[in-house]
Structures are given as C-alpha cells and as structure tokens.
Write a protein of this length. Sequence first.
Length: 422
Amino acid sequence: MPSRLSPNQFSTSMPIAVNIAAFAGHSALRTYVMGEAATERAATPAEVGAMKGLLLEAMRAGAIGFSTSTSPAHNGEGGRPMPSRLADENELRTLVGSLKEAGRGLFMLTKGGHTQVSFLEELAAESTRPVVVAALLHNSTNPDAVFQDLDAIARANARGRRLVGAVSCCPLAMDFTLRSPYTFEGLESWQPALALKGAAYEAKLAERRFRDAVRDELARPAHFRLFNGQWDKVQVIESSRRETEQRPIGELAREAGKDPLDFMLDLALDEKLETVFSALLLNSDEEAVGRMLRHPASLVSLSDAGAHLTFFNDAGFGLHLLGHWVRERGALTLEDAVRRLTSAPAQLFGIRGRGVLKPGYAADLMLFDPAAVGRGPKRRVFDLPGGHPRLTTPALGVHGVWVNGVRDLIALPGKVLREFSA
C-alpha cells in the first residue's frame, strides 16, 4: 500500500468558500486496502484490520465519521458494484464498532432494501455512536415501507439507541439519457447492459429478451427501487421529435399502440441515445412527504448536490423546505423548519459552536424573505471541465449568506471542520 499521511500532514491552507466536514468513505478504504478485489469479494480478517486502522487514523485526522452504501443502485464503471456493497456483516460490525474506540463520530449509510433497521440498531448499540439512515424516500408503489423504517427507528430511539432517518423534502425527479440510465441501473435485469458500449450496448437495448426481462422485473413488487414502471411519470424533455417533448411516455406509448418500455427505447435508439428524459421517481405523494417531515425520527437532508450533477440537483432543499413546505403548505412552522436545518443537524453531527445564534458561536447565517424564499426552476448549464453539463437551481428570496461572519464568499471564508463533540 502507499505510505500514509500523519494527521499533521493534511493541508489546511487551501481556501474554500463554505465549511466542510468529511466522512471516511468505506469504498475508498476498501479500494486502498484491497485494490481491484474491492469490487469482487468480501475482505479477509487481515484486510478488515487494515481498514480499521485507516479509519481510526482518519478519525484522528478530523473525519466526522464513517460512511458506506449497501444500495444496489450504486455502481461504478461498467456496472461494477461500489466496493462497500461487497462488505459482509463482520466487516461492517468491525468498522462501525471502531467508532467506539475513536470516542466520537457517527455512522451514515445509504441503505439498500435488504439492510434491516434491526441490524443498524445493533451497530448503534455496539458502537455507542449515532447512525444516520439514508435515503428514506416515499415510494408510491410500496407506500408503507418508508414509515415502517421510520417507526422502527423511533422504537430503537425509545430503547436508548441513537438512530435517525434522513428524509428529503423534495420530489426525486431525475433527468437522464439512455447513455447514462441511472434510473434503471439498480434493476437486476439491466445488469447485462451495464458493461457494454457503442454498438453492442445499442444492440442489447434493442434485444427482445432483454426488454422482456426488464418488463418482468418491473411487474414484480420490490421493497425499494428507483423506478417501478410508472410510465406516466416519465417525460420526454429533449427530442428531435418536438411533438413528444413535455409529454409522458405512458401517454405517447398509448397513442402509438406500443408498450411504454419499447416506445422509450425505440425513441432513444432512433436518436442515437441523445433523447433526454425526466422521471419523477420518489416522493411524489406530498401528503406522505409531509408525514415524513413531521416524523420524530426524521432528519431533513439529502441534497446529493455533488453526486449526480447531470441527473438532478437538490442543493436547494432548505429553500424548498422554507418556501414550499412552510409558506405554501403550512406543514411546518418557520421556527421548526429553521431548527431542522440548523441546530438539529449540528447537534446530531456534533459540530461545535454552530447551529444557533449565540455569543461566541460562528456566524453562519442566511438572510431571507419568508414571503419569497424558495428555489427556482432547474436549468442545465455547461460549465464543467470539457463543457460538460450539470443541473442547477437558483435561490429565490435570499438576500445574503455569511460564512464565519464573512458575507463575500468569493473571499473563501470557509474552514475544514475537524473538531466534533463526543
């Protein structure tokens, strides 16, 4: 393995605009220790021990905690699973349990449907540290699942375990092309297409057996998956066939007398996979989302702002909470919404001296107009390296943001946060 850095070798001199706290990521630890095998197999006891040593080193250097994913939707290049998905129960117990030795920090995971809250409660008990369970979103085809998880977390809290469910206040709408079909990559039936490129990939999308397998899987109920065959919630956004734009696939397929999957794939193949679609996947039932936001075991969060730049951007989730859920729907009071965005997460994450207006605390502030605050419509800009696109949403009704008492963020007043409460 490469030589390690001691805590005092980590640079703190690079200026940044906002305050940042970093998790020690499970997939990074696995890859560092196991190399290519990280995406292929469970770790040996020696490899788990090496990962534990690196995690403790990261905690001493100022990491806020340990993060992982067990979600089947998380894949890397060519459809290979993210390394953390190959971890067995013993590996997770050892790594999460090491936070007890560190004496601080928390465990956060993106939970796959097979990962049970009861197991996460065991990890919370063994580590004595908080566990943040993401991403709890409402699925209209399995409407009770998210509340079952939140209620299980609440029962664990009553037993003295510190768990919280990370919920989103935004509908999960994802823009995609069939060149990067993240919407479908969690389907088992889509796996044969993931490693293919060019003509071989297009041939697979046209294959009748492949399409039938996808249809069959979508027809079966699932505890959690991104897409559940709700074709009237998938729209064509950009197409050379202008008459299809801003219309749902279900409606277009009925007019054409075709199956919706066939219609979408045929349209994309005809347009060299350049067709842009948008799918409203989760959190489309606003009554259910309101219940989630008010649930005592929930944490309002989940922007995914840097993870899926071309698919969606919920960086403005706090603005959406204040505008849509407070002003427009009255689901929360303004005071409670502000608390959920400030002091509640600061307390949970152990971030010292922040989260409330108090003498001696950092002046991290946002000045907004309650009558106008919100997030604007999403738009695609082409300012990434190489002219590649990303989605962005403008802030509405915001008159100023201060980081560490400095309003001019161009001055880069942010800090890397390294000191956290036990």
